[in-house]
Design a protein around this ligand. Structure first.
Ligand SMILES: Nc1ncnc2c1ncn2[C@@H]1O[C@H](COP(=O)(O)OP(=O)(O)OP(=O)(O)O)[C@@H](O)[C@H]1O
Length: 662
């Protein structure tokens, strides 16, 4: 019998990631002729800078752009980095989602493993030609490989491979591209390289464009320390990530995987983690029953369900006669229990009931319990619990007994949990910890992640982050010849539980700062992420919304339109939350990522205060100058008058008046 799905599924096919991007090249930034040109340069130069940074080499990068036809160019980018071993070249340039950076928590310009292969794909789909890669790791052999991409397989094919002897180290990528154009306009390679040289002052970049050779020389001779790799912080962990790690780790036990793969997870913390797991497993065991039921059935052994509705909430008023019931219940508490724990239990009973009692009754209760510790009634009045559900109890018990082992002991003391039960759960947890990580299941991953949230960990390490630094940003901004410049590098913080980031900002006011607009110079926002300039998708970027959220008028600017101001913002992180694979906008607006957004605002507002002082000082000086000029005009007339009255020389009087005014 024919079904509706017949026919539809005849067309069902699987596609490779390369096929996807062949059809959706705009997602990688290949849309529009100028943008495509800038994207090629961006992908290749950021790879060169990353490689040099990692190998601690001062980067020397040569870029040549030759025009072959109206939208047809030959581009070559050569670096003096560590080079790529020839066997990796087809993978780097012919395979998407392959690289050395995606799985590491290290601050780098690249993070996806798509860029280089994207360049090859673009050359191939616009000219049909391979990309030529010359590489040497400095071992005396220079390899030249022509690579094409087998799109269906997402693999690189070596079309030609030549080897010669020679002393050289680095990578040269050459290729022909169509559907691109070159211009020195704002979003072109020239401006991109100008900005990258501002944010990477230790790099020397030589651009030979169709007109001339321009050198963006290094302003700093020191190689910055290489960013350090950081392990993920427990707070940022999700069950899915934990499972993912457990399938890839080289550790053979879950316990050693946790201490080995996570930061701040010491063996002491690991022990604590197991205590928390025990607590949660015990509580989990009682899930579904109300606290009241547990208290009544397991501990007090008095049926008091009459006070509790099906939803676990108290459902009727307690009358005066029932007060004696409460007293009776409390009197049934075994004497053997430590005082503190008896009181704790009483609080909860009281909390529960008092929530529904009127003034009169409360007075009555107070009278009944007046022999008890003073803080008892006070506590019950202040903190009454309306809900007696298990979760509420859990929350409260966590607050009261911070330590999970203390809590478990309380449950045992209260006879709510037996020692055998505790040992059974404890063994279960021990076995989980001893298990091979490949055996970890979703349930255990979820339990571990949940209890981690209740634990105290030191904040994630941020030592691996490498800012551009105040001095370097100032040096860069000085190329704009501003009247005033200020910079600020904020202390590193973390977002989404554990990803380290830091914000750096700079303001340059006056001189060549700002960019030409219709009404003169206007505010210019220079966005950077991990030192890489972002030239496109300005309005969709959280860095822009951070800058725009500042009320600049409050800081002495008359408007944003007619001001010579350049705002420099660099976000550094081990993982930049880009909005797309094209990596030109960051998801860090107020709604998307409050932590980053607030840091940008804070940093800008601090810098803006300095700028405001400068602007008001300049304004004041101008006003005074104006006043002085005005008074001087009258000083001449005044001197003339005085000279005719006193008979003294006019010049002498004039001189004295000017002196006086000064
Ligand atoms: N010039 C180079 N020198 C040395 N290694 C390089 C160079 N270019 C690329 N690589 C290596 O090739 C890998 C893949 O590069 P690719 O540009 O595809 O991705 P990525 O830089 O890791 O991330 P993204 O896609 O975000 O740019 C890099 O991770 C790096 O290991």
């Amino acid at each position: 019998m024919a079904t509706e799905s017949d026919g539809i599924f005849d067309e069902f096919k699987e596609h490779s990631i390369s096929e996807f991007f062949r059809k959706n090249r705009h997602m990688l930034g290949y849309s529009g002729k100028l943008r495509s040109m800038t994207t090629i340069i961006h992908e290749l130069i950021t790879n060169s800078l990353d490689a040099c940074e990692e190998a601690e080499i001062l980067p020397d990068i040569d870029i040549t752009i030759k025009k072959l036809g109206s939208d047809h160019y030959h581009i070559s980018v050569e670096d003096n980095g560590p080079g790529i071993p020839p066997e990796f070249v087809p993978k780097v340039f012919g395979k998407m989602l392959a690289g050395s950076k995606m799985h590491r928590l290290v601050q780098s310009r690249g993070q996806q493993g798509i860029g280089a292969a994207g360049v090859l794909l673009f050359a191939q789909i616009t000219t049909g030609k391979p990309l030529r890669i010359t590489t040497s790791t400095g071992d005396g052999k220079i390899h030249t490989l022509d690579i094409k991409m087998s799109v269906e397989k997402n693999e690189g094919d070596v079309v030609n491979h030549e080897i010669r002897d020679g002393v050289w180290r680095g990578i040269k990528v050459e290729g022909e591209f169509k559907e691109i154009t070159y211009s020195r306009r704002e979003q072109g390679p020239f401006e991109y390289l100008r900005r990258i040289s501002l944010s990477t002052p230790h790099a020397k970049i030589v651009l030979t464009d169709p007109e001339e050779t321009i050198t963006f020389d290094r302003t700093v001779e020191i190689i910055p320390d290489r960013p350090e790799e950081m392990k993920p912080h427990p707070y940022g962990l999700t069950p899915d990530e934990l499972l993912y790690t457990s399938r890839r780790t080289e550790f053979t036990k879950i316990s050693s995987m946790l201490t080995g793969e996570l930061s701040r997870m010491t063996s002491k913390r690991l022990k604590e983690l197991q205590d928390y797991m025990l607590r949660d497993k015990l509580l989990e065991n009682y899930r579904g029953s109300t606290f009241w039921d547990i208290v009544v059935n397991c501990y007090l052994n008095v049926n008091i369900n009459q006070y509790v509705g099906k939803d676990g909430k108290y459902n009727k008023y307690v009358d005066k006669n029932e007060i004696s019931d409460i007293e009776e219940i409390i009197n049934t508490l075994p004497d053997s229990l430590p005082d503190l724990k008896i009181h704790y239990l009483k609080y909860i009973i009281m909390d529960y009931l008092i929530g529904k009692l009127d003034e009169e009754t409360i007075k009555e209760i107070k009278k009944h319990f007046k022999k008890k510790p003073e803080n008892f009634i006070e506590f019950a009045e202040k903190n009454y619990l309306n809900a007696s559900l298990m979760d509420e109890f859990k929350k409260k018990s966590r607050d009261i007994t911070k330590s999970p082992s203390e809590f478990v002991n309380t449950l045992i003391d209260m006879a709510m949990v037996s020692n055998e039960e505790k040992d059974r759960f404890k063994n279960e947890i021990k076995n989980v910890m001893k298990m091979n990580p490949s055996k970890m299941d979703w349930k255990n991953a979820e339990l571990i992640v949940r209890v981690i949230q209740d634990m105290d960990f030191m904040a994630p390490s941020t030592i691996g982050l490498r800012p551009i630094g105040d001095e370097n940003i100032k040096k860069s901004l000085s190329t704009l010849n501003p009247e005033f410049a200020t910079t600020l590098t904020r202390k590193p913080k973390t977002y989404k539980g554990g990803v380290p980031f830091a914000v750096e900002v700079g303001l340059a006011y006056g001189g060549d700062a700002g960019k030409m607009g219709d009404t003169g110079r206007k505010m210019e926002i220079m966005r950077f992420s991990n030192h890489v300039p972002l030239l496109f998708d300005t309005s969709g970027c959280g860095l822009t919304s951070g800058v725009k959220s500042v009320n600049w008028r409050r800081y002495g600017l008359r408007s944003e339109e007619d001001v010579p101001l350049t705002v420099f913002v660099n976000l550094i992180s081990t993982h930049i939350p880009y909005t797309s694979a094209g990596k030109q906008a960051i998801a860090c607006s107020a709604e998307e990522n409050e932590e980053i957004f607030n840091e940008i605002r804070q940093a800008l507002m601090i810098c803006a205060r300095g700028m405001e002082k400068h602007i008001s000082k300049i304004r004041k000086e101008k006003e005074e100058e104006q006043k002085r000029k005005y008074v001087m005009k009258y000083a001449v007339i005044f001197a003339e008058g005085l000279a005719s009255i006193t008979g003294k020389p006019k010049e002498d009087i004039e001189e004295r008046i000017i002196e006086l005014l000064r």
